[in-house]
Design a protein around this ligand. Structure first.
Ligand SMILES: Nc1ncnc2c1ncn2[C@@H]1O[C@H](COP(=O)(O)OP(=O)(O)O)[C@@H](O)[C@H]1O
Ligand SMILES: [Mg+2]
Length: 168
């Protein structure tokens, strides 16, 4: 597993990282990916996924799925399944909305907020997965916070990771 570390100092900055990642994943169509996001409430997970959606050409605004648990967005080359586990109380709740049916569908990106809520719940051994972890470093102003974003890549070729990182 390869990893990298990025710092952002505003919501727009985090959006841009998500968008760039979406753009570079988008350049290779047909595959499926999982983006597993973690970090405390308000740390930027939804902002990041909004950027990702913009990067894969989804025009609709992306809103937090914490009440609906899952939202589906149709893109021209990828569908985005945006899932939020925050409000679930046990791993068995994952069955209540076909969680395991989403990840790995063709031409899809499944973005999961609070992915670690139930520990290592994810067994998608062959699906390229990016684990994204957000940490709050310090308050820069009333609206802007310095965040650190850790990205870990699993089931990507080294060449693919190099290329993705160059584009971020
Ligand atoms: N560097 C930053 N990156 C992302 N969001 C930031 C940053 N600085 C401030 N913010 C603010 O933090 C909040 C992040 O919200 P959100 O993405 O919904 O969090 P989460 O989905 O992790 O609960 C937004 O209100 C955003 O404007
Ligand atoms: Mg959120």
């Amino acid at each position: 597993m390869k990893n990298t570390h990025i710092k952002t100092s505003s919501s727009a900055d985090t959006f841009k990282i998500g968008r760039k990642l979406g753009e570079s994943l988008f350049s290779k169509s047909g595959d499926s990916y999982i983006i597993a996001l973690d970090g405390e409430l308000g740390s930027g997970k939804t902002v990041f996924v909004s950027g990702l959606a913009a990067g894969i050409g989804i025009k609709e605004p992306v809103l937090s799925p914490s009440f609906t648990i899952v939202k589906e967005y149709g893109g021209s080359r990828y569908n985005l399944y945006h899932i939020d586990l925050y409000r679930l109380s046990s791993p068995s709740d994952l069955m209540s909305f076909d969680f395991y049916e989403y990840a790995g569908r063709e031409a899809s990106i499944t973005a999961i907020e609070w992915a670690n809520k139930f520990g290592e719940t994810f067994f998608f051994p062959k699906v390229p997965t990016i684990f994204v972890n957000f940490k709050n470093i310090e308050e820069l102003s009333e609206t802007d916070y310095l965040r650190s974003i850790d990205l870990k890549f699993e089931n990507f070729s080294d060449a693919r990771i190099e290329k993705l990182l160059e584009e971020l």
